[in-house]
Design a protein around this ligand. Structure first.
Ligand SMILES: CC(C)(COP(=O)(O)OP(=O)(O)OC[C@H]1O[C@@H](n2cnc3c(N)ncnc32)[C@H](O)[C@@H]1OP(=O)(O)O)[C@@H](O)C(=O)NCCC(=O)NCCS
Length: 186
């Protein structure tokens, strides 16, 4: 079972079918808050939809195309962090994330991203990681900025959010810019 310890309280784990009820309950209690920035809320109508999501994430992992991991705080599922896919030819990927409204502002997503960067650059040897944030989602943009990503530009009306388009700001971090690379530690 894939489980990655971030610190004493936080870990990331590949989800199982047995997590479907908890994930559904978590999404349900955060619907309005998540809808502001995430486009998939209306696709999750019943527990079976989270079962399908979990099955897809396990296929994604089995196909060596990245993963979606549950964020556990003291073993409680509080959010999801994952990769949209891995572009092996260009050695790059994009991180996405969300967390329970009640667990915001404790640095959990920043710490989870940091752990993921270590895995992506040091274990998978990728060359580039991107994070795409809606232009108005300043809270989310703080995360790549705190982690040393470079703002590379803005793509206009790149995401449809229920009834309007939003511009996306692209943040990128290169392996050569990442300060915790294994080859820099010696
Ligand atoms: C965006 C989100 C992932 C942040 O998660 P989090 O665990 O609260 O993030 P962290 O605590 O690690 O860091 C948040 C940073 O944003 C800053 N921040 C908090 N509220 C803010 C606000 N209203 N405006 C600007 N910055 C804000 C905090 O100061 C913090 O930085 P600090 O550690 O220097 O104080 C979370 O709010 C969320 O899930 N939002 C809904 C879904 C979403 O937007 N997903 C991202 C799509 S790109």
């Amino acid at each position: 079972m894939f489980e990655y310890k971030v610190d004493d309280n936080i870990s990331l784990k590949l989800l199982n079918k047995s997590d479907a009820e908890d994930l559904y309950a978590l999404i349900n209690s955060n619907r309005l808050y998540l809808r502001q920035w995430l486009s998939w809320l209306d696709k999750i109508k019943e527990v079976n939809d989270t079962v399908s999501f979990i099955n897809n994430t396990r296929d994604q992992f089995a196909n060596n195309n990245g993963f979606q991991a549950g964020i556990l705080v003291d073993q409680k599922l509080t959010g999801i962090i994952g990769l949209h896919e891995i572009d092996w030819e260009d050695k790059k990927t994009e991180i996405g994330y969300w967390i329970d409204q009640n667990y915001q502002g404790r640095g959990i997503i920043t710490k989870a991203c940091k752990a993921l960067l270590d895995y992506l650059f040091n274990r998978l040897k990728l060359n580039k990681v991107e994070i795409h944030c809606a232009e108005q989602n300043t809270k989310s943009q703080q995360i790549p900025l705190k982690l040393g990503f470079v703002r590379e530009g803005l793509i206009r009306e790149a995401q449809w959010l229920y009834d309007h388009y939003v511009n996306l700001v692209i943040y990128g971090l290169l392996a050569s810019e990442y300060v915790n690379r294994d080859d820099e530690k010696c």
